[in-house]
Design a protein around this ligand. Structure first.
Ligand SMILES: [Zn+2]
Length: 358
């Protein structure tokens, strides 16, 4: 049950009375509100959210939450641990997006609102991205395959049904990354090639990362804004979409690697670790630069993100990730293999073979 005033303090010039409309009518209106602003930069787009859809839970044991198939399918214990480790949660649900936060304060509600807004903008401003990274991944890539009769629990195979976005101070425990993602749900390796997993995509976002404008414990790197609140708002209304798309691509790889030799190669070949001077903390799988580069290319093509976000991630790829790859002793062999597997063999620029084609 949604308490009074949750999120309703967030006002936009496009607000309209929702009480007498159906959920579908409200959705339609919100879609048209965003569509009418689709040529604006992302950070300027203003939209109400569908308050009739918003659900709120003050507490639950995530393992008991019925979203992830039935409980017998919740077999990824590590993920369950991470979710439970933070204890009590504020949980918001908007369609198949669940947003978890620790407290119930202005800041948390703003994070929740901005996450919902990001999904709405993806849907209406970036239909190509939405179709490929949201809609298609909610259906099995094997849907029309004759294999399906032979695969147990076909309904869970390589499908993403839910998004669980956990925004918490201690979430990013593994690395300096903006987010980390784990796969929840039914997980059963069928053999070395096929896996059943991913019916929920869990994205951890460190709250401090948001406060710092998008980089872990390192203020001002993206936006060069000294004021924390300003940096937070700038990230939430601009950079967060980039973050979600980035993590969705990692999940897309997980969902499709059984069917795509390029994706299978970049995810599964452990020889593809790029590192500096044996320092494990700098190790990155080749997947990471490929995801960064793919996101960059998508937003270069479709526009809308701020110059700061675009140049931060373009620089990251060009000046850190690509040189790291080039310094890798087996880089030539790696490039050769990528070229062989990539559709874009005719183009010689290595950036083109480090891109995922949807
Ligand atoms: Zn990543």
């Amino acid at each position: 049950m949604l308490p009074d005033n949750v999120l309703t303090w967030i006002k936009t010039p496009y607000d309209f009375p929702q009480n007498n409309l159906t959920i579908e009518e409200i959705d339609k209106k919100i879609d048209s509100i965003i569509l009418s602003q689709r040529n604006k930069p992302v950070e300027e787009i203003q939209t109400p959210i569908n308050l009739k859809k918003l659900k709120y839970y003050t507490y639950y044991d995530f393992k008991q939450f019925g979203i992830i198939g039935d409980n017998s399918h919740f077999t990824d214990k590590d993920s369950a641990y991470y979710i439970d480790a933070g204890g009590q949660r504020q949980i918001f649900q908007y369609d198949n997006v669940f947003i978890l936060s620790t407290f119930h304060a202005f800041e948390d509600e703003l994070n929740v609102y901005a996450t919902i807004r990001a999904f709405l903008i993806l849907k209406n401003k970036y239909p190509f991205i939405y179709e490929n990274l949201i809609q298609k991944t909610e259906k099995s890539p094997l849907q029309n395959s004759s294999l399906k009769k032979d695969i147990p629990n076909f309904g869970f195979l390589n499908i993403n049904r839910y998004y669980v976005i956990s925004i918490h101070e201690n979430e990013s425990k593994k690395s300096n990354a903006t987010t980390t993602c784990y796969n929840l749900g039914y997980k059963q390796p069928l053999n070395n090639y096929w896996t059943c997993e991913n019916n929920a995509h869990l994205i951890f976002i460190n709250k401090n990362t948001i406060r710092n404008g998008g980089t872990y414990n390192n203020s001002n790197t993206i936006y060069n804004i000294a004021d924390k609140k300003e940096a937070q708002i700038k990230y939430l209304f601009d950079g967060l979409i980039q973050t979600i798309v980035h993590e969705r691509i990692h999940n897309y790889i997980a969902n499709n690697m059984s069917l795509n030799s390029y994706l299978n190669y970049i995810r599964n070949d452990n020889s593809l670790i790029i590192g500096n001077n044996g320092d494990a903390s700098t190790y990155t799988f080749i997947e990471e630069p490929i995801v960064t580069n793919t996101v960059n290319k998508l937003f270069q093509k479709y526009g809308g993100l701020s110059q700061e976000i675009m140049s931060y991630y373009t620089d990251l790829f060009n000046n850190t990730q690509l040189p790291n790859c080039r310094s890798y002793t087996k880089y030539d062999a790696l490039k050769q293999k990528l070229k062989q597997l990539s559709e874009k063999v005719s183009e010689n620029d290595e950036r083109t073979i480090m891109t995922i084609d949807f």
